[in-house]
Design a protein around this ligand. Structure first.
Ligand code: NAD
Length: 349
């Protein structure tokens, strides 16, 4: 149904924005404003068809509601996707038009970077909307959220390894990284410094060679990365990578990564549990970036304070692992219920 994904609350509003002059075709999805204005990035992507783009916007925006709630941010969940024009286009003009669409929602939705968008795109959009974040600011906190996302995933893996595998550090722990992009690369740096052994794959061969040179990483093909012989898998590329085809081949005991919507379906979370694999839900572990752009937007950003706030993701991972012991639920279903219980206006955040 267009009026709600299975088992999820319906969206409050979804805007289809088209601007023939610039080629803009965008979908702005406001899932929930129960906690505050809907906040979430803008994806710039080529889709097979418009319904695939709509589905992405709906799934990503409801994920943002859960992410922002668990991160205790005073924001609801939203997300936008811009369908990449097939031919030539004027990028600044296209993003200016997108900014006008964001502005037309009068603050119900605040945008920032996501896959395919850059700090320069966000900066340019300031001319057409005030509801944008993730902007490098002279003398003030702001900019690329990816390093903060990577830090949150790192502390989550560290906590997961301690709790699930009983290890007291990441020294010698084998981690497979799917994707060495903005988040994956920073995550590789953190893991390498902590003594983890990296196995990596990316469709971009140059990034793989750099990881081999800088981190002594072992390279495997993109088709073999999820089934690599490792302790931890960190999906940092695409969504829906945990599915009925990939789950039987997994050899890791722990999954924790940055990619949004890693589970293809809720049943895939159950399938992981049945195989004895602990899955730390993406929207719990990858909230570092939204914490960063949210604090920046509110003018409350300061590097150390934001890093400390991101570090609190470790405690929430620990709480989730405690909760599942009591409830007997899978981590995915427990996190979902926990986040939904928080979809109300926060007293203070
Ligand atoms: P990115 O585009 O910078 O990096 C993605 C990387 O994955 C690229 O290097 C790309 O070449 C690689 N890749 C693509 N297909 C692949 C495949 N089949 N196998 C292996 N590698 C492949 O994106 P990013 O900002 O690093 O984000 C990664 C994921 O994390 C996305 O799903 C994004 O939505 C999610 N995420 C990012 C942030 C953030 O702060 N950037 C925050 C939350 C969630």
């Amino acid at each position: 149904s267009l009026f709600g994904l299975p088992d999820q609350a319906p969206h409050e509003q979804v805007l289809l924005a088209a601007d023939p002059e610039t080629g803009l075709r965008a979908i702005l999805a406001v899932h929930s404003t129960a906690r505050g204005p809907a906040f979430g990035g803008c994806r710039f992507w080529s889709y097979d068809n418009e319904l695939a783009a709509l589905n992405d916007a709906l799934r990503l925006s409801q994920g943002m509601s859960l992410k922002n709630a668990l991160a205790n941010l005073p924001f609801g969940g939203g997300k936008a996707v811009i369908i990449k024009p097939a031919g030539d286009f004027d990028r600044p003009a296209l993003f200016a038009a997108f900014g006008r669409a964001v502005q037309s929602l009068n603050g119900a939705y605040i945008t920032a970077e996501d896959v395919g968008t850059t700090t320069a795109d966000m900066k340019g959009m300031m001319a057409t909307t005030q509801y944008v974040s993730g902007i490098p600011r002279e003398g003030a906190f702001g900019g690329d959220p990816s390093p903060k996302t990577a830090f949150g995933v790192f502390v989550s893996i560290d906590e997961g390894v301690r709790r699930v595998m009983g290890r007291d550090s990441l020294e010698g722990v084998r981690v497979a990284l799917q994707g060495l992009g903005a988040v994956g690369w920073h995550l590789a740096e953190y893991l390498h410094k902590a003594g983890a052994k990296l196995v990596v794959a990316d469709v971009n061969a140059e990034k793989v060679s750099r990881a081999q040179a800088e981190f002594g990483a072992t390279a495997v093909s993109v088709s073999d990365i999820l089934g690599a012989d490792v302790d931890v898998v960190a999906p940092c590329a695409l969504g829906a990578v945990l599915n009925s085809t990939t789950i039987p081949a997994l050899r890791a005991r722990l999954i924790a990564g940055a990619a949004n919507n890693q589970l293809a379906t809720a049943a895939d979370g159950d399938a992981l549990q049945a195989r004895g694999i602990t899955y730390l839900p993406d929207y719990l572990v990858n909230a570092g970036g939204i914490i960063s752009v949210a604090r920046e937007f509110r003018g409350e950003g300061e590097e150390t304070a934001v890093m400390n706030e991101v570090a609190q993701i470790r405690g929430r991972v620990s709480e989730l692992l405690d909760r599942i012991k009591t409830s007997g639920q899978t981590p995915a279903r427990e996190a979902d219920a926990w986040a939904r219980s928080l979809l109300v206006k926060p007293a203070k955040a």
